[in-house]
Design a binder for this molecule. Structure first.
Ligand code: HSE
Length: 446
């Protein structure tokens, strides 16, 4: 049988990895897929560079629409990224009857409902293993391997840039801004790192996993998103003293009230395997009612790790493209007519535990007032750590009366986020609380 023909839109880091791995492993991939898979046409604005990468024998054009219109192409790989032209091209490829493989998490997290509906109506597949956690086959695991389970929760380190920054902050005791600069110099962080450090990239990925785990539509607009920019080296150190590490987690959880979908820095027990995922690596924990806790670890970005996921999708499509569309694995794991309408909960409704750091005047009765406010709110304290009063004044309290100060760190038991917000408001209003209170959520992941 002649090879299935693939058109590639955008030959950057992942595109060139895909081309190279497909070529290098072509014999083995053919034996798995049942027929050869060949990239025969590439569209890229930098035609000269693209030609250099793919060599002779592959058509290179600067117009993505020429690939979509090519009747010999069965599968279009979209590696352009973003919500703009990529969305138009994906919808045009679907309308032209092409199967689509994409690594574009932003596009699917925001416009997935429209794209999957268009693909179902046209009877084509949209495959997106590379969109979440790069080379880790987490989409396959959630959608197929764990299909027997009622999934309870997912918690993942799904952004390598921020995990690298947090690892460096912990190892070297440095603050966020210093490590970010170093990460940019080393190429671990983009020149504009906003999507990574503000948690947006992780929230795109968490949104997609949530939809597949619980059979709800993709709803990025309902996700709670908080990045790592406000984390200080001091919090990482105090967390360590209490037996915790701080990680940026993407969390989605089934609760009696609905689905939690949130990305934020989080204390997790240092003894958990996932707490020891360092540098730019990714890891995803999934809790299913039958299987218990499972953990998936690997490279979440990079040329060939991401290519590994893209090619897995190409193989899946090659095996299934002649099958009755109704027999294929549904895009979001559940049949389109059997999706759930469970709501994504507002952050105020979430129940979790907390780490609080208060910079206070080291005076009689301060701790009693703080703990009194928490008690009045029905919030139970798990642990308290008070640092020696070895500093008088900090940059943030400049201009205030220079009194002996100390950090009070409090770990709480589970409580409602809305109750915690109200309690923080009251504690902040105490004249003896000298700086904005640091609040970091805590998950035991037991
Ligand atoms: N920028 C992402 C990360 C990789 O740092 O993990 C692509 O999703």
């Amino acid at each position: 049988m002649k090879p299935i023909q693939v058109g590639l839109l955008g030959i950057g880091v992942v595109g060139s990895g895909t081309f190279n791995v497909l070529k290098r492993n072509q014999e083995e991939i053919k034996r798995r897929a049942g027929r050869g898979i060949e990239i025969t046409q590439v569209a890229d604005l930098n035609v000269a560079r693209a030609r250099e990468l793919v060599g002779p024998g592959v058509s290179v054009v600067d117009d993505a629409r020429a690939v979509i219109a090519n009747p010999d192409i069965d599968i279009v790989i979209e590696l352009i990224g973003g919500y703009g032209v990529a969305k138009t091209l994906v919808l045009e490829a679907i309308a032209a009857g092409k199967h689509v493989v994409t690594a574009n998490k932003a596009l699917l997290a925001v416009h997935g409902t429209e794209i999957f509906a268009a693909a179902s109506a046209k009877g084509v597949m949209v495959a997106f293993e590379a969109a979440v956690a790069g080379g880790i086959p987490i989409i396959k695991a959630l959608r197929e391997g764990l299909t027997a389970n009622s999934i309870q929760w997912i918690a993942g380190i799904i952004n390598g840039t921020t995990n690298f920054i947090l690892s460096e902050m912990r190892d070297k005791g440095l603050d966020f801004a210093v490590v970010l600069k170093q990460a940019q110099a080393l190429g671990y962080a983009e020149a504009d790192p906003t999507f990574d450090i503000e948690g947006v990239d992780a929230a795109h990925k968490a949104t997609i996993m949530s939809a597949i785990a619980f059979g709800i539509p993709v709803q990025f607009d309902k996700a709670y998103v908080e990045g790592i920019t406000k984390l200080g080296a001091a919090d990482i150190k105090y967390a360590e003293q209490l037996g915790y590490r701080i990680k940026l987690l993407g969390i989605t959880k089934r609760t009696p009230k609905g689905i939690e979908l949130r990305v934020h820095p989080c204390l997790i027990p240092a003894k958990r395997l996932i707490a020891n995922v360092e540098g730019a690596m990714n890891a995803v924990m999934v809790q299913g009612d039958a299987v218990g806790t499972t953990l998936y670890y690997g490279k979440g970005a990079g040329s060939e790790p991401t290519a590994s996921a893209v090619i897995a999708d190409l193989v899946d499509i090659t095996r299934l493209h002649t099958a009755d569309p109704k027999q294929r694995v549904p895009h979001l794991a559940f049949q389109p007519n059997a999706m759930s309408d469970l709501p994504v909960m507002a952050m105020g409704e979430v129940i979790t535990s907390y780490y609080l750091r208060l910079r206070v005047a080291d005076e009689t009765g301060v701790l009693a007032k703080v703990t009194g406010i928490l008690a009045d709110a029905g919030i139970s304290i798990d642990a308290v750590l008070q640092r020696e009063a070895d500093e008088i004044g900090t940059e943030a309290s400049a201009g205030l009366p220079q009194v002996p100060q100390t950090d009070v760190i409090i770990l709480t038991h589970d409580c409602l986020e809305a109750d915690m917000n109200a309690a923080i408001g009251k504690m902040q209003a105490l004249p003896t609380v000298l700086e904005p209170i640091t609040r970091i959520r805590k998950e035991e992941l037991a």
